[in-house]
Design a protein around this ligand. Structure first.
Ligand code: HEM
Length: 449
């Protein structure tokens, strides 16, 4: 009896050390089973690392959504409005109109962007507790930032809560940590539909009012808020886990902070896989062709590991060499020739300003695991710089708690993730969209302005 009890306790106590890894492997197998094996992994057997950029930049690697089962998943997670989201639109007039509107809204002078970031971060830090989850801390910051960027006025509290409710729901579902709550998302769409006349730059021509609201929601209040909250959480967690890097970033050469950002985005790229559907044949050599209609899955983490010594080590000094770094396998914002991120200029400016503002008054410490998908949302201690105290016991508790949360969360992700992949395959939002609206779509009545 006693032996059985000891074995049971030992088994339970060992769970955090082996169960999360097994659950991740099982999730990958379940997803692959449900999704089928339609994708060509790049880099992979067919296209090596050395031709990754060439194939990504190929004019025939241009199809975005239509014809890939994988698209149904992304459309499901990013609903409502994936059909007007810049990221998912096929090339054409509608895409050009949307991309032009996004460029217009993102064109902010550097000093203005830095000052707005500083204000939004300072407000969030004012009431922040000592123990935070970095993604939760940062999401209201970027909700306020992007509200002001879009509307040209400070973000009211009620609007901020709607934006955070929407963005948190999207990213939680994407990571399999919770199901979608469409009511939260529709509430934001209704709010935005009523505010269109106040948008400070022209909205995309040819979209109906409802589509304009969905465009703003998808690009600025999903993608921008989620990506920036995740990127800042990664950056601050990396600083929290590497005190020496943090000290140098706070007191040293400002260029060093840029190196830390480059290394953070290399080690923890926000995209796992970006896919494209080929619109024509891609000839690799005399005997090998990737046929039109293939789904190419560009794997960012794999590409970012290739060609770096000890690639899993977090080492900002890799980037000290400067210009040579441009040749490295490092594409945090995508490739210039194939729909790169429209915020590739603004995002690093604001990331840097946010980190500077946090480091100005606080010391960061964390003992939580740091993974690319960051389902833990980045547990961290936020200690006042003038009285940091002794965080040792708190860090020990954080480590134990993080390990145990990993066990529970892994199981939740397995169940909910599997359900959502199945549900997306059942609903097929992308496939149905293209089946019911082939060719040129009728133009909407137009947005205000
Ligand atoms: C550090 C933060 C960010 C990172 C690392 C990032 C990364 C990326 C990457 C890698 C892509 C290309 C994916 C592909 O090839 O399919 C992309 C596309 C995109 N990103 Fe970002 N992003 C960030 C922030 C933002 C922000 C703030 C916005 C706000 C508007 C944004 C909007 C978009 C859009 C609309 C696309 C699709 C572009 C197109 O297909 O024309 N991103 N992003």
């Amino acid at each position: 009896m006693l032996i059985a009890a000891v074995v049971a306790v030992a088994f339970v106590a060992s769970l955090p050390w082996w169960l999360p890894g097994r659950v991740v492997a099982l999730r990958v197998r379940v997803f692959a089973r449900i999704n089928g094996d339609e994708g060509i992994p790049v880099p992979g057997d067919l296209v090596g690392v050395e031709r990754f950029r060439e194939v990504y930049s190929h004019p025939a690697a241009g199809g975005r959504s239509r014809g890939a089962a994988l698209s149904d998943l992304f459309w499901y997670w990013l609903s409502p409005g994936p059909e007007v989201h810049q990221e998912h639109l096929e090339a054409g007039e509608r895409y050009e109109a949307v991309a032009r509107a996004t460029r217009g809204l993102l064109a902010v002078p550097r000093a203005e962007a830095e000052e707005l970031t500083r204000r939004c971060v300072a407000r969030a830090l004012r009431d922040a507790p000592r123990r935070v989850r970095l993604r939760d801390l940062m999401m209201p910051v970027w909700a306020e930032f992007y509200y002001e960027l879009v509307f040209g006025e400070p973000c009211p509290r009620a609007a901020r809560d709607l934006i955070v409710g929407n963005a948190a729901d999207v990213v939680t579902a994407l990571k399999g940590c919770g199901l979608r709550h469409m009511d939260r998302r529709h509430r934001l769409t209704r709010y935005l539909a009523g505010e269109l006349p106040r948008v400070r730059r022209p909205l995309p021509a040819g979209l109906s009012e409802q589509e304009c609201a969905l465009y703003l929601q998808g690009t600025f209040f999903n993608t921008a808020v989620v990506q920036m909250a995740e990127a800042t959480a990664h950056l601050l967690l990396a600083l929290a886990r590497h005190p020496d890097v943090q000290d140098r970033a706070r007191t040293g050469d400002p260029a060093y902070l840029d190196q830390v950002i480059a290394e953070t985005l290399r080690r923890y790229p926000l995209f796992g896989v970006a896919h494209r559907v080929t619109t024509g044949d891609i000839d690799l050599d005399e005997r090998t062709t990737i046929p039109a209609g293939s789904v190419l899955c560009f794997n960012y983490p794999e590409f970012h590991r290739a060609g770096f010594a000890d690639p899993d080590r977090f080492d900002p000094d890799r980037w000290a060499a400067g210009p040579a770094a441009r040749e490295a396998n490092h594409i945090p914002f995508g490739v210039a020739a194939n729909r790169p991120c429209p915020a590739w200029r603004l995002a690093p400016i604001t990331l840097r300003a946010a980190a500077r503002e946090v480091l100005r008054g606080h010391v960061l410490r964390s003992s939580a695991a740091h993974t690319r998908s960051l389902p833990s949302r980045g547990p961290c201690l936020l200690l006042p710089r003038d009285a940091p105290g002794r965080p040792g016991p708190a860090l020990l508790r954080m480590r134990l708690r993080d390990r145990w949360e990993d066990v529970w969360r892994g199981l939740v992700q397995l169940v909910l993730g599997t359900y959502m992949v199945w549900d997306a395959r059942r609903l097929r939002p992308c496939e149905r969209h293209f089946a019911t609206t082939p060719g040129d779509r009728p133009e909407g009545a137009g947005c205000p302005r």
